[in-house]
Design a binder for this molecule. Structure first.
Ligand SMILES: Cc1cc2nc3c(=O)[nH]c(=O)nc-3n(C[C@H](O)[C@H](O)[C@H](O)COP(=O)(O)O)c2cc1C
Length: 158
């Protein structure tokens, strides 16, 4: 007997993850970000990462329009940024220190690492779609990560 959705979410919540902001820039210059932890490094040759995005989200519309995104991996000090991009916003990058790389997608300057991608494929995954990103740039500066575990933010033990 299959699990109900709440139970699946609760069980898989035990899989501790980092927290990222997936940012994109539209052709009119507006930016948009979404907090995401369904993010994985998929392939090294070719270099691919993936992010699973709710099909009904504004983020899905914006990624389809822009064809590009950058993933900023959040530091332990960036919980408020995670909450901002998971909720009511503002969902653009106004007021935040940002930079861009090859694709022009917004990258959070204070992230512990980032990767810049062009959307290479969009694969079906139930109520989400899987966005494959061909990696075109990235860098890291290190630091303590923000974690997400059992529906709560967490940090590495000192
Ligand atoms: C820690 C955390 C991780 C999340 N990961 C994802 C994710 O991987 N994919 C996704 O579609 N939404 C994820 N969300 C939810 C989105 O951030 C949120 O629903 C957002 O508002 C997206 O919808 P919108 O683009 O329509 O605003 C996550 C939320 C939190 C707090």
């Amino acid at each position: 007997m299959p699990l109900d959705a709440r139970q699946q979410r609760k069980i898989m919540g035990h899989f501790a993850t980092g927290v990222t902001v997936v940012g994109t820039a539209l052709d009119d210059g507006t930016t948009w970000g979404m907090t995401a932890n369904a993010v994985t490094s998929l392939s090294l040759d070719p270099p691919l990462v993936l992010v699973a995005v709710d099909k009904g989200s504004q983020t899905a519309k914006n990624l389809q329009a822009s064809g590009r995104f950058a993933i900023s991996i959040l530091s332990a000090a960036q919980e408020a940024i995670s909450r901002r991009f998971a909720g009511d916003g503002p969902r653009d990058f106004s007021g935040l220190a940002t930079k861009t790389s090859v694709t022009g997608s917004p990258i959070l300057s204070d992230a512990i690492a980032w990767i810049d991608c062009e959307v290479s494929e969009i694969l079906p995954g139930g109520d989400h779609d899987i966005y494959l990103g061909r990696v075109v740039a990235g860098d890291m500066k290190g630091g303590d990560p923000l974690l997400f575990f059992c529906g709560k933010y967490a940090r590495l033990a000192p």
